[in-house]
Write a protein that binds this ligand. Structure first.
Ligand SMILES: *[C@@H]1O[C@H](CO)[C@@H](O)[C@H](O)[C@H]1NC(C)=O
Length: 339
């Protein structure tokens, strides 16, 4: 054996052992499509991350505390929240960005939406204890979005703008949804207004069907591209490849680059994602006019009538390959989301 092949073998072993501990954002980075935003109240999304996952504020004295992973790369230390919030109630005030870019999510400001329970005002914050689940057998909390609840960041760093490529995924509660606009996670307008088609590229989850939608009565994983929820490149009709979701935990994927975009999804326990759409943009959406804000639980103009539950999600720089996304999905399955 030459020393060269010994070296190759050593590198392969190193790569394999690194992969065992890799978190979703380590996997995206290995495909040269790094996370530029990484949000979760349930776990670290990098194997080395041990900073603040989220902040809660309690009603009794309006003080705050932060919840971190139990260990680097681990699940959230929910006991911190339980102890801090005992005998009172807590709201989630900040969902921190684990990517290091400072793309934290806080209370969504007023937007241009003419309808919605809080039209014209700041959104509500999520009750920190409203979405308890287990992850790897340990109790953690999701972000329970009621109508009029939402999070946003209008001044981001590194998020795709205009026609730049990006990817995103979110793990959601497949049984918590409605048909009102819009339970979204992803790229939106920086001024909270709706200037027209192609200014957004976000995951949508629910049973609203403004343009094309999936089979059955929903809920569906679709894309909010602004002025429309899309299941494919059609402005009406049914995408036979996009099924109603039936699982308690759902992984939703949307990605886009010039002349191509895709919707993928699966039960969060599945080993691989299915592709529901992969093709050209709808008419009027090429090139995209992405602005690079980040929203959670609302539409781009702060339409805030939707409901849903968010557990974890990221946005990437660059268009991730299906293989990288499938590796992320295998990591999510191994993390074992359970009700
Ligand atoms: C939609 O995409 C298909 C390819 O998958 C293409 O043949 C068709 O022309 C597109 N339709 C529109 C309205 O862009």
């Amino acid at each position: 054996m030459s020393s060269g092949s010994n070296l190759n073998l050593a590198l392969r072993i190193l790569a394999t052992s690194a992969l065992v501990a890799a978190g979703p954002c380590d996997i995206y980075a290995s495909g040269n499509t790094p996370c530029v935003a990484a949000h979760s109240t349930t776990r670290a999304l990098y194997s080395r991350f041990n900073g603040a996952l989220y902040q809660v504020r309690r009603a009794s004295d309006s003080t705050t505390t932060t919840i971190k992973p139990l260990s680097a790369g681990g699940v959230a230390n929910s006991a911190t929240q339980d102890k801090f919030c005992q005998g009172t109630t807590c709201l989630i005030t900040t969902i921190y960005d684990q990517s290091g870019r400072g793309n934290h999510l806080t209370d969504a400001p007023p937007g241009g939406a003419a309808t919605g329970p809080l039209a014209g005002g700041y959104d509500n914050l999520a009750d920190a204890s409203a979405a308890p689940i287990t992850l790897s057998g340990k109790k953690v909390y999701g972000v329970y979005i009621n109508p009029a609840t939402g999070y946003r960041n209008d001044q981001t760093s590194g998020i795709a703008t205009l026609d730049q490529p990006e990817g995103m995924y979110a793990v959601l509660d497949g049984t918590h949804y409605n048909d009102v606009c819009c339970f979204d996670y992803g790229n939106a307008e920086t001024n909270n207004q709706d200037p027209g088609a192609a200014h957004m590229e976000a995951i949508y989850f629910g049973s609203g069907g403004r343009k094309s939608h999936g089979t059955g009565s929903g809920p569906w994983i679709m894309a909010d591209l602004e002025n429309g929820l899309y299941s494919n490149n059609q402005t009406s009709g049914i995408n036979a490849n996009n099924p109603s979701q039936t699982s308690r935990f759902v992984t939703a994927v949307v990605k886009g680059k010039p002349n191509e975009w895709a919707i993928r999804g699966a039960a969060s326990s599945a080993q691989k994602l299915a592709t529901y759409w992969d093709g050209p943009r709808p008419q009027g959406y090429q090139p995209m006019k992405k602005e690079g804000a980040i929203i959670l639980g609302i539409g781009g103009d702060n339409s805030d009538g939707a409901e849903g539950t968010f557990y974890e999600g990221v946005m990437t720089s660059g268009y991730p390959s299906n293989a990288v996304e499938d590796a992320v999905q295998a990591n999510i399955a191994a993390a074992k989301y359970a009700a």
